[in-house]
Every structure is written in structure tokens, then in C-alpha cells.
Design a protein around this ligand. Structure first.
Ligand SMILES: N[C@@H](CCC(=O)N[C@@H](CS)C(=O)NCC(=O)O)C(=O)O
Length: 202
């Protein structure tokens, strides 16, 4: 399999980390949707990442669908989201909130760095910043994950940790140490795991 996209995308990074946790081998094709746009377009006309190219040539897009496909290809004990039951709903809901934080962080980055400064619109950036922090606050209010007391890692922890790291890296001023103590603890734990270390954001 080939995973297309850079690890500075939280969507690409969460797929790569999940694949490592689940023992899937893949070739990483480190193309950028901005810097190597034309090369990317030849493989991936959508110019959105991640894209997972299967060995039969099928091209999957959207990190949540890719992760669902991978979970379906793995034994039940290695799934990062169970196939059914209340735990599935809990994990998916946490991922959905984390993905709102991610979407809003990405929108802030695009508005402030992709547009020429004179076209950046402060009220929109403020709105996204508020939405991003609302999502992180919801995640911070959740009970401490079982992972931190010896439980298994799930997609909820992978996605939450990846999104926090991305937002901290891109929007450092918004994340003084201690703003989200529980999430920071989770992040420190996850970022020390081999699957995370082998998938550096920078
Ligand atoms: N819902 C998508 C979001 C993917 C996404 O927005 N990726 C960004 C990189 S972080 C991208 O491809 N941006 C280029 C663009 O939107 O044109 C997913 O989960 O894969």
C-alpha cells in the first residue's frame, strides 16, 4: 500500500500512526498538496490528503473512511474502533470532536498563511479559534483514558493526540503549557510510543 501526503497533515499522520499500530506496512509517498501540487495532481486529482493506494490500485480518500477500511482488514483485537457497541459510539464521538478541532485549526492556518495578508479576515479567524478551543475543551472534560492506566490504545487517543500536536505546532501562541493539562498528559504519553515517534510531524 502507498500512503500519500505529508505527516504535517493531522489526517495523514493519524492514518500512518494507526497503520503502524496495526502492523500494516506501507510506502510513504511524501508529496505536498501545496509545494508539489502538480506531481500530486497526477496521482490524486483531488489534491487532498491522505490518499491510500491499495495494492490492486484502488485509491481511498478521507482519513475516517481509510481508517474504517483498515479496521475491517485487521483482526478484531487490533481494531482501533470496535465494529459495534457502545465503545464504538464513544470512540467515534471523541474522534468527531477532535476532527472539528483539526478542521478549525487547518482553516486558521489556511486563512492566515495561504491567503495574502490583506485577504485574511479576522472575524473568521476569531470564530474558528473559538470553535477550535470549544472542541479541545470538550476533549479536556472527558474522563482520563484507560490507555493511561494500562488499557489499550484506540482511535480516540490516536486522533486526539495527533490533533493536539498539530494545533500546538501550527498555532503555538494558542497553546501555552497547562491550558489543556489532561490532553497534554495524553499527548506526552502517545508521542513517546514508537508508532508516533516513527511518524514525526516535522
Ligand atoms: N476530511 C478529510 C480532510 C483532509 C484534509 O483537509 N487534508 C488537507 C491537509 S491537512 C488537504 O488536503 N488540504 C488541501 C486542500 O484542502 O485543498 C480527511 O479526514 O481526510
Amino acid at each position: 500500500m502507498k500512503l500519500i501526503g505529508l505527516f504535517d497533515s493531522p489526517y495523514v499522520r493519524r492514518v500512518a500512526i494507526s497503520m503502524r499500530l496495526q502492523g500494516f506496512s506501507f510506502e510513504h509517498v511524501a508529496l505536498s498538496v501545496f509545494r508539489t501540487q502538480e506531481e500530486m495532481r497526477k496521482i490524486n486529482p483531488l489534491v487532498k490528503v491522505p490518499m491510500l493506494v491499495l495494492d490492486n490500485g484502488d485509491k481511498l480518500v478521507d482519513s475516517s473512511f481509510i481508517l474504517d477500511y483498515l479496521d475491517g482488514e485487521t483482526p478484531a483485537e487490533k481494531r482501533l474502533i470496535p465494529a459495534s457497541g457502545p465503545e464504538r459510539m464513544r470512540i467515534q464521538q471523541q474522534c468527531a470532536v477532535a476532527l472539528v478541532a483539526s478542521e478549525k485549526a487547518v482553516q486558521i492556518v489556511y486563512d492566515t498563511r495561504q491567503r495574502p495578508a490583506e485577504y485574511s479576515y479576522a472575524p473568521w479567524v476569531e470564530r474558528c479559534t473559538g470553535q477550535m478551543h470549544a472542541a479541545f475543551s470538550m476533549l479536556e472534560a472527558l474522563p482520563e483514558p484507560a490507555l493511561l492506566s494500562g488499557g489499550p490504545i484506540t482511535q480516540a487517543e490516536v486522533t486526539t493526540a495527533v490533533v493536539l500536536r498539530f494545533a500546538q505546532y501550527m498555532l503555538a501562541a494558542e497553546f501555552p503549557a497547562g491550558r489543556y493539562p489532561k490532553l497534554e498528559k495524553l499527548s506526552a504519553y502517545c508521542e513517546a510510543l514508537p508508532a508516533f515517534v516513527q511518524t514525526p510531524l516535522e
